[in-house]
Write a protein of this length. Structure first.
Length: 95
């Protein structure tokens, strides 16, 4: 049996900035990724404390969805990148 963890191929990373308020980030993370307020708030705090944080992971079948999420975050002023976890692959950007 293949688990979700073994199929993970992409990571969505959000970056901290000095422009957006925590509440805005919480609402955006919750709205885009469907996270409840507590989970979205925890993501926002980790983004702020660490400077960047992996907020979601996707398998190969979810690439289009992952790219759409990157575009939504970037369009709303939150720097987002999609990292390809396959060996010898580069960063995927939707900017």
């Amino acid at each position: 049996m293949v688990t979700k963890a073994t199929k993970t191929r992409y990571e969505l990373v959000l970056f901290d900035d000095d422009h957006n308020h925590v509440d805005f980030i919480v609402n955006l993370v919750g709205g885009v990724l469907g996270y409840d307020t507590t989970q979205a708030h925890n993501c926002a705090l980790l983004i702020h404390r660490l400077g960047q944080y992996v907020v979601s992971r996707y398998d190969g079948d979810d690439l289009l969805c992952a790219q759409n999420h990157v575009e939504l975050f970037n369009a709303n002023g939150i720097k987002a990148e999609l990292r390809d976890l396959r060996p010898n692959k580069k960063l995927l950007n939707a900017e």
